[in-house]
Write a protein that binds this ligand. Structure first.
Ligand SMILES: [Fe+2]
Length: 189
């Protein structure tokens, strides 16, 4: 995890910062703003902003999704949403694990809120593609690039995914659900 954070994630941040350095007007923009308005970014750096900016946004969400085991389970609106959408937590875990196993090559699996319908769903995206470009707001992110598990689990993605469920910070997921529901309501009004 230290290597993943300090080397892999950092490389995305460094490359993004290098790309936008010649354009001071971009310095004050949030990563979400840059990614949502890629056409405002000079064409010469659009690919770097999309891939490295996406890599930064996804990893930021990933680190905030996990932490030392808390022994807690989803509660409140998050638990209700999971039960309404998936039936129970176990089914959500099964679906997200299947989505993560189904990513061919590098990519991500997410629990997300569709900002149009306000419904929760499991989704996967390739490479460093980001949820917000698909009208979704990710609540929980699972990195399935090989760099996230190869050092410890070699090619055993399934074992990495089993361990992933032990370290989810459900309170943080709840906070993101609240914010995403607000975004969804604003989008609908
Ligand atoms: Fe990663």
């Amino acid at each position: 995890m230290r290597l993943h954070h300090d080397k892999h994630h950092r490389t995305y941040v460094d490359q993004l910062n290098r790309a936008i350095a010649p354009f001071p007007s971009l310095n004050d923009r949030t990563i979400e703003d840059l990614l949502m308005h890629l056409s405002d970014v000079p064409e010469s750096i659009q690919t770097t902003v999309r891939t490295c900016g996406g890599g930064h946004a996804n990893h930021e969400l990933f680190w905030k999704s996990i932490g030392p085991p808390t022994g807690t389970l989803p509660r409140g609106a998050l638990a209700e949403g999971i039960n309404e959408t998936f039936g129970n937590l176990q089914t959500l875990q099964q679906r997200l694990t299947e989505a993560a196993l189904g990513v061919f090559g590098s990519g991500w699996a997410f629990l997300a809120l569709d900002l149009g319908t306000g419904e929760m769903e499991v989704m996967s995206l390739p490479n460093q593609d980001v949820d917000m470009l698909h009208g979704k707001s990710a609540l929980l992110a699972c990195d399935v690039w090989e760099h996230s598990y190869y050092l410890k689990y070699e090619n055993r993605r399934t074992e990495y995914l089993q361990a992933f469920w032990e370290v989810i910070q459900w309170e943080a997921v709840s906070v993101r659900l609240e914010r995403s529901m607000q975004k969804s309501r604003i989008a609908a009004s």
